[in-house]
Design a protein around this ligand. Structure first.
Ligand code: AMP
Ligand code: MG
Length: 492
């Protein structure tokens, strides 16, 4: 067994000006115990988890032991939270250990979450509940397997400590990876403080790291807005493809890279409802399912505002250039979203702009499960319509029968090969999503009773969400459709 884990670090963020972060050492924890290590992700980062003892990995991924080359720091950022500006947030319970150069030559952030107080902790304890850490592990890995850009989870360590939330609960540390942790709120942090030269430093750093192809554009900062916008449109469309509700799309939780970040009060919806929301703190439904598209634009407008001085010397010109760019959002979104919906119903081109929406209307009115419904359509298409699992679920079957007849006629008129469309449909419509009811069961049993049976079974099916698992197929449905009463909490 190897003793020391050696990763290749190239810490570019640590070379930025001191105002960008606070150098921190993760707090020592009392009794770290490795609960999860992600062997596939470990390989991507350049190590084989099985070569190290669990005790050693627990020391490393709790923050007790720093790897050679790590330069831990907490990043500064601001953010609009539920529309209100918080000028100073920052990593209050996270520490960036450094950037690992993978064998594939990609720079990946390695971050501990729940590793104790930092300069940005304000009144918080810098810790995370084991429950929330396991939740992020499960859901981020599910997102990744659904082929949706996301931060990933490398390890979960139970710290052996209890923390006070609503009562005393076990604490945990998550190790997560991302192509970077730069957020809209990182730009806002410097813009709000009037540190415009740092906005430029950050914009240049971001372009270099994430969008090198725009470096030589006439106006690279305007191109940055476009590039970030395109990534967000693609991301939010993907969320909507699988019924995902992020739940807390504050500007500090929007990553410039276009990866899903911060799995706080997020959830996948069961029955289709455009206004579905699960977060206990989102009382107004600001971040409800169908609002995510417009919130994306709202956040991008906050991003664009930070770059005004870089776009043009004349403020008015800059604002009009940015406005013109942002005005393209709605149409771009509509195109991408309708392409996604077409795939979900097996069509290759828009012969009828309403057909997908009409189907969603039927689901909404009849309280039908989003994931099951689209999978049922996929099965119908694949069996020449001999199977129709939806029929029984549609209480107003006349409306459904009319829709189905129309849908079948559109499928038959579509000239692109059926096999290709069926495959696209299978890739757009997962069989398994992290079902709320099972997520709760998995976390309760794992975090409180140390029984990982459901957690591991869920991970198994969620790693292959488009392939039927004969033995674990129960995870495709929910014993308790929870649209109305399921509530998620920030769980900090
Ligand atoms: P989040 O809701 O996780 O996006 O966090 C919003 C802000 O609150 C971030 O600046 C976090 O670092 C900070 N925060 C959340 N939980 C804690 C905690 N337990 N201790 C210190 N800061 C926290
Ligand atoms: Mg956050």
């Amino acid at each position: 067994m190897n003793k020391e884990l050696s990763l290749k670090f190239h810490n570019s963020y640590a070379k930025l000006p001191e105002s960008f972060y606070s150098r921190e050492t993760p707090e020592q924890v009392a009794n770290p115990h490795l609960l999860k290590i992600n062997p596939e992700l470990a390989e991507e980062l350049g190590f084989s988890a099985e070569n190290y003892s669990e005790d050693y990995l627990a020391e490393v991924f709790s923050g007790n032991k720093l790897l050679t080359g790590s330069e831990p720091l907490a990043q500064a950022y601001a953010g609009h939270q539920f529309g209100g500006l918080s000028p100073q947030l920052g990593d209050g319970r996270a520490v960036l250990l450094g950037e690992v150069v993978t064998p594939a030559g990609i720079n990946i952030d390695l971050q501990l979450k729940g590793s104790g107080r930092t300069a940005f902790s304000r009144r918080g304890d810098g810790k995370a509940t084991l429950y929330s850490v396991l939740r992020e592990y499960l859901i981020s890995e599910a997102m990744h397997a659904l082929n949706i850009p996301t931060t990933r989870s490398l390890a979960v360590v139970a710290s052996g400590e209890s923390i006070m939330r609503e009562g005393s609960v076990p604490a945990g540390v998550l190790t997560r990876t991302a192509t970077s942790h730069i957020r809209v709120g990182t730009f806002q942090y410097f813009a709000i403080r009037g540190e415009l030269e740092y906005v430029k430093t950050l914009a240049d750093y971001t372009i270099n790291k994430h969008f090198p192809e725009i470096k030589n554009e006439d106006n690279p900062y305007l191109a940055l807005v476009t590039a970030v916008m395109d990534k967000q449109i693609a991301l939010i469309t993907e969320w909507m493809r699988v019924g995902f509700i992020h739940g807390v799309m504050n500007t500090d939780n929007m990553a410039i890279s276009g990866e899903t970040i911060d799995f706080g009060p997020c959830a996948f919806m069961d029955n289709f409802d455009p206004q579905a929301k699960y977060s206990s703190i989102d009382t107004g439904g600001r971040y409800a399912f169908a609002n995510q598209a417009s919130i994306g634009l709202w956040n991008l407008a906050r991003f664009a505002e930070t770059l005004i001085h870089l776009i043009d010397d004349d403020e008015e010109t800059a604002i009009s250039l940015l406005t013109e760019e942002l005005e393209k959002y709605s149409e771009k979104f509509a195109i991408m979203y309708s392409q996604c919906m077409l795939k979900k119903i097996g069509l290759s081109s828009m012969q009828d702009g309403r057909v997908a929406n009409d189907f969603l209307d039927i689901l909404h009115k009849n309280e039908i499960d989003f994931t099951l419904a689209f999978r049922a359509l996929t099965k119908m298409f694949g069996t020449d319509f001999s199977d129709d699992d939806l029929k029984a679920l549609c209480k107003n079957s006349e409306v459904y029968e009319n829709w189905k007849t129309h849908w079948i006629s559109l499928l038959e008129q579509d000239e692109s090969p059926k096999q290709e469309r069926l495959q696209a449909m299978q890739e757009a419509n997962p069989i398994y999503i992290p079902r709320n009811w099972y997520v709760e069961e998995a976390l309760k049993t794992a975090a409180l009773e140390k029984d990982f049976t459901i957690f591991e079974e869920m991970l198994t099916v969620l790693k292959k969400p488009y392939t039927k698992n004969e033995t674990l197929h129960k995870y495709a449905t929910t014993p308790h459709p929870s649209t109305e009463d399921y509530q998620t909490f920030c769980g900090t």
